[in-house]
Structure formats: C-alpha cells, structure tokens
Design a protein around this ligand. Structure first.
Ligand code: SER
Length: 311
C-alpha cells in the first residue's frame, strides 16, 4: 500500500489533488502538509502536518514519521508573487525543491511529482503551438526557478535514479479552490465576479491569449503521469500539456451565453508583461504519445462546468 505525502497541499492544485488521492488511496494513506493552516474541510479527512520546506529538520521528521512512498511537492510562489520578492521566490522554489528531492532520495521514496509551468517559456520562444523542446529563456524569476527545477528533475533522475515526473501546467481553472498570486488568476476570479456582481475588471488586456486548463483535467494529468509505468516517462525534465487556449474577450463571450448582462472592463497591470512573455498555445503531442494524455474540457464545456458548480 502506498503512503502519499502532499507538500503545499493548501494551494489551488493541492486542495483538489488531496481530495482525489483520499478517494484513490483511502484517507488514512494520505498525509497533507503546508506551512499554512488548512481551511478547506477536505483536510479534516486525512492527517495534516505543518511543514516548512526550508526547514530540513522538520522535513526529516515528517519523512521519518510518515514514510511516504509517493510525494507530490507543490509548494512554490507563483509568477506575480515571486516578482514582488525575487530572492525569496528563488529560495522557496529552489531550496525547497532541493530539500524535498534530497529527502526523497534519503528515505527511498518510489515516485515524486513536481510541477513545472508554461512560465519556463519566454519572449524568444515560438508563441503558437510551442513545441516540447524549444528556446527556453524565461524572464520572470518564477520561470527561471521552474526551468532550473526541470533541469534538476532530469539530473536527479539520471544521477540518483530519483523517479521524478513533471508537467508544465498552463493556467488552471477550478471552482473548489483559489489560485494565489499567478498571472492566469483572472480566469478563476472572472467566474466569481460574473455571478456575484455581473461585471469584472480584468488585469490583462482582451487580446491576451494564454494556455489554460480545467482543474479536473490538470488533477487527472497529475495522477496519470505519477501513476504511469516508469518506462513510459521518457521526458525526465517536464512535459508540455495543453487544455484550451483563449483570451479574456473570448472567455467573456462564452460567459455571456449564460449571463447575458455580464460586463468586462480592462485595466492591465504589471501582470500584463508577464503574460506577454508566455505562449498562446502548447503542442503536447509527446505527452499524448508517451503516457496517453488527453484533455476533456474545451472552452464551452469549461465555462458550463465552472458556472454550474459555482451556482
Ligand atoms: N498559473 C501560473 C501563474 O500564473 C503559471 O504557472 O503564475
């Protein structure tokens, strides 16, 4: 029986991942951890431990006590927050990752999942149908940490046989949890504001097309790549995966089909520059071929699903 440790469990992905893992492995086999105090009730079903990924002694204690066989290491600062404090962004995203990878080796963890992001791409990357292997010159500290992390994933696999798997998440849109400090956060907030106030003031301009994905697809991708037989995982840095690409104007048109009076205004802020450095759409044929990735949600289905659930 596997014992699963989720680190950074209180975030947007962790909250929904923990719920799925409880269902798959049984709640008693899942340990959730975060530096934050949990508020979502999903965390009352499993053991929850306080864990600061920069505290090696605490990491050791958690690994010794719970003996995880599978680890999901999700603790990180997102793009916009990391720009506010680049030194801490580097420290948390990199030192945190080194500490967890090293603990996984020391304690014989079987498999580990580590998320990368479309932020590894930069202004010199081809923007449409961005290939798996391409120019990687990110100009945000978040993107730099994700690119470095990807190189470390591959290095730890080759050097230490650490079975780490990774995907480059696009912007993630769910209804159960909120993102914190990302550039794609508008695509979650817009639904809440549309239902509550019938209007939304968007911090990206109407033409900003970005790769996005329904959270259900993202969680499924995370579980599928982590559970896939090791020989199928041929990319040991991180896989491109695509869901749906749209801009705020296209999302607005789709929301208006359900809330005709919905109005949007645009006041691009510092996050516009980050968004401008990222691709519009992603070529994920290698993930499809290697471990069978396939998305379920297009824009139409995504909007219906999120609105239905929030209502
Ligand atoms: N959604 C993330 C962000 O906006 C990208 O990985 O920072």
């Amino acid at each position: 029986m596997d014992k699963v440790l989720v680190i950074g469990a209180c975030g947007q992905v962790g909250t929904e991942l923990v719920e799925n893992l409880q269902y798959i492995h049984g709640s008693s086999q899942v340990v959730a951890s975060d530096i934050k105090t949990p508020i979502n009730e999903v965390f009352s079903n499993s053991e929850f431990v306080h864990l600061n990924v920069l505290d090696k002694a605490q990491i050791k204690e958690v690994f010794q006590t719970h003996k995880p066989t599978i680890v999901y290491h999700l603790a990180a600062l997102l793009s916009a927050t990391a720009e506010e404090n680049p030194k801490f962004g580097w420290e948390l995203n990199m030192d945190g990752t080194f500490n967890i990878f090293d603990a996984c080796i020391e304690h014989g963890v079987k498999r580990i999942f580590w998320p990368s992001s479309i932020a590894v791409f930069g202004p010199t990357t081809p923007r449409v149908n961005t290939p798996q292997s391409t120019i990687l010159e990110p100009n945000t500290i978040y993107g730099i940490t994700k690119l470095t992390g990807e190189r470390y994933c591959e290095y730890y696999f080759n050097r230490y046989n650490l079975d780490v798997r990774s995907i480059r998440y696009p912007g993630l849109i769910g209804w159960k949890s909120f993102p914190g400090g990302g550039t794609t956060d508008y695509a979650v907030d817009i639904f809440h504001q549309a239902l509550k106030n019938g209007q939304y003031d968007c911090f990206l301009n109407e033409q900003t097309t970005l790769p996005m994905m329904h959270m259900e697809d993202a969680v499924r991708a995370t579980l599928e790549i982590t559970d896939a037989p090791s020989n199928l995982i041929k990319v040991r840095s991180s896989y491109n995966i695509a869901g749906v690409s749209f801009n705020p104007e296209q999302l607005t048109q789709e929301i208006k089909k359900h809330i005709p009076q919905f109005k949007i205004s645009y006041h691009p802020d510092h996050r516009q520059k980050i968004a401008n450095s990222w691709p519009e759409s992603i070529d994920d044929q290698i993930a499809r071929a290697d471990w069978g990735w396939q998305e379920k949600y297009n824009l139409e289905k995504l909007v219906v699903n999120i609105l239905d659930n929030l209502r």
